[in-house]
Design a binder for this molecule. Structure first.
Ligand SMILES: *[C@@H]1O[C@H](CO)[C@@H](O)[C@H](O)[C@H]1NC(C)=O
Ligand SMILES: *[C@@H]1O[C@H](CO)[C@@H](O)[C@H](O)[C@H]1NC(C)=O
Length: 144
């Protein structure tokens, strides 16, 4: 009993130190998703707005893929370090647009991961084709 006490104290301090340094998820950096698309978020400003570039690995068009600008916002009232966010990709090589929403998580292994859903709006010739103009999907991003 007497010998167990210092060990428990060390264990308690180790666990305490761990929970005090909970890692936050930061959107800034280079990310790759499950399709092999890459994006770079250069900065998130004090208002939570950010800009970056998106290099998609897939396309709904036959046009040659080009890196495209994106801009978005992170929810800055999120104080727990796992913020929600949204961004728009303004495709440089087609007349389509994509909006993403997601949350920046720190997983059980301490790795940052972005869980997102998107809507891709393709341009159609007229309102009769509106019904087929929007695609929906899910992407998971990890650090590149
Ligand atoms: C994403 O980045 C990786 C590593 O730099 C590269 O091999 C790959 O071609 C890139 N893909 C796109 C779509 O940019
Ligand atoms: C959107 O893309 C178009 C075509 O590439 C470009 O002219 C325009 O500056 C872009 N706008 C933004 C806000 O990135």
């Amino acid at each position: 009993m007497v010998r167990a006490t210092p060990f428990l104290l060390v264990l308690f301090l180790a666990l305490g130190a761990h929970s005090a340094t909970v890692k936050k998820c930061n959107l800034v950096g280079r990310w790759v998703n499950d399709l092999g698309s890459n994006m770079t978020i250069t900065t998130v400003n004090a208002n939570g707005n950010f800009v970056g570039s998106y290099h998609t690995a897939v396309s709904a068009t036959t046009n040659e893929i080009q890196e495209s600008p994106m801009q978005g916002s992170q929810q800055r009232t999120n104080h727990k370090g796992q913020p929600t966010f949204g961004f728009t990709v303004n495709w440089s090589f087609s007349d389509s647009i994509t909006v993403f929403t997601g949350q920046c998580f720190v997983d059980e292994d301490g790795k940052e991961i972005l869980k997102t859903m998107w809507l891709l709006r393709s341009r159609v010739e007229n309102i009769k084709n509106d019904w087929k103009a929007t695609r929906v999907g899910i992407n998971v991003f990890t650090r590149l």
